[in-house]
Write a protein that binds this ligand. Sequence first.
Ligand SMILES: NC(=O)c1ccc[n+]([C@@H]2O[C@H](COP(=O)([O-])OP(=O)(O)OC[C@H]3O[C@@H](n4cnc5c(N)ncnc54)[C@H](OP(=O)(O)O)[C@@H]3O)[C@@H](O)[C@H]2O)c1
Length: 173
Amino acid sequence: MTPIKTVIIVAVSQNGIIGRDGDMPWKLSTDLRRFKALSMGKPLVMGRKTFESVGSKPLPGRPHIIVSRSEVFDMPGVESAASLEDALDRAKSMARTSGVAEVCIVGGGEIYRQALEHADMLHVTHVETVVDGDTSFPQIDPAVFELIEETSVPAGEKDNFPTRYAIYRRRSA
Ligand SMILES: NC(=O)c1ccc[n+]([C@@H]2O[C@H](COP(=O)([O-])OP(=O)(O)OC[C@H]3O[C@@H](n4cnc5c(N)ncnc54)[C@H](OP(=O)(O)O)[C@@H]3O)[C@@H](O)[C@H]2O)c1
């Protein structure tokens, strides 16, 4: 049985910021399209606050597992998990059932910090700016993750900033 890969998808500023006041500190339409293409059909694991930040409604075409110590979400396409490990187990089992090779961890800060040790791959949109914010992503340790692909993306009409899309792979993977 091929192991299901655990993939982190994140957009992060030059000073490590990913969020401000429960939302993202930018509008990046090009990146949202990439996020959709990368995650479509795959189980998404996210923290309760991130689920609320997207309006407490599932994104179409992707089963959601919401991590929360206190709240239970019960609606079509959405499950709850009381720990990150339980969420990942359930996401992988869903992936196996539906024949997809990856599960995606999509934030926010608290979940990313705990999820890094489980991640096989990181899809990182480096947002080429310094912004104020209250939620951050940890430094990526080059001894643990190697950069395998990098593309500069100029700001489109509906993007606040240019970005650099990078893929990192766990060195032992
Ligand atoms: N730039 C990006 O790519 C990106 C992506 C996603 C989110 N964001 C931003 O990140 C911010 C939200 O991040 P956040 O750090 O505040 O919150 P979060 O990680 O989305 O959610 C935190 C919540 O998850 C639950 N949780 C965390 N660890 C848990 C564990 N081990 N077991 C059980 N439950 C656990 C808790 O829920 P309960 O309190 O219910 O117990 C906790 O309050 C927002 O600003 C959002 O816009 C940015």
